[in-house]
Ligand binder design. Sequence first.
Ligand SMILES: CC(C)(COP(=O)(O)OP(=O)(O)OC[C@H]1O[C@@H](n2cnc3c(N)ncnc32)[C@H](O)[C@@H]1OP(=O)(O)O)[C@@H](O)C(=O)NCCC(=O)NCCS
Length: 212
Amino acid sequence: MRSAAQVGGPRAIAARMAALFLVSFPDTVRAMFGDRPPRPEAMTDFFAFVVRTEPEGVQLALAGDRIVGYAITLASMSRLSARAALTFAWVPWVVRFLGGRYGLSLGALPGIARSKVAFARSFRPGDRVAAQVLSLAVDPAWRGRGVARALLEGGLDYLRRQGAPRVKLEVLDDNTSACHLYETFGFRPVGEVPYGPRRWLILIKELATGPA
Ligand SMILES: CC(C)(COP(=O)(O)OP(=O)(O)OC[C@H]1O[C@@H](n2cnc3c(N)ncnc32)[C@H](O)[C@@H]1OP(=O)(O)O)[C@@H](O)C(=O)NCCC(=O)NCCS
């Protein structure tokens, strides 16, 4: 496992992460792009920003020079948002979005905004957490070999070095392999958000005291 800081250029890394994201999260991709073929630029831009902003928070699993898995574990989501705002990183994103470069379905935006509000509301005040496992994905051909476990261990070690006391994440309740993985790491549910017939579970892990 390596962090993105050790691997190479942010854009090239981000493009390969975006390709993995698109095959790994069909629900999210469908919500964003509808039935049209997805365009990776939106994810590539976002991942490149994350890799530039917090390279050690991006763990990569490599097979030769191929990226076969990634974990994004960020010490502070609000720090990432503030940086996007203050560095005007959002300007080219808006231009590309309005120019149709991302191919994103406009109809998806209110739903995405509603779900963000629902997630924010679902937290009890004492459960608010800065650090987050933002995304974790492994190439289908490489699953079931401990890659995600190693990525998550690397990401949580990074958060501990950053002094994060707790970390949160969101996972769909029917994502059996991911739920099992998080449970074995000591994540516990603190809230849930309905998602059609399914539920997003909000999980938290204490980093300072919990077992790795
Ligand atoms: C979830 C995901 C990251 C797991 O990656 P992985 O490399 O296969 O996971 P690992 O091999 O490290 O296995 C982790 C644990 O999950 C278990 N697991 C793996 N596949 C499983 C499956 N299909 N059903 C049940 N458990 C499974 C393993 O047994 C292992 O537990 P163990 O060590 O106690 O045996 C991978 O399936 C993936 O990319 N899925 C699509 C994206 C996704 O759902 N990401 C998580 C979103 S929150």
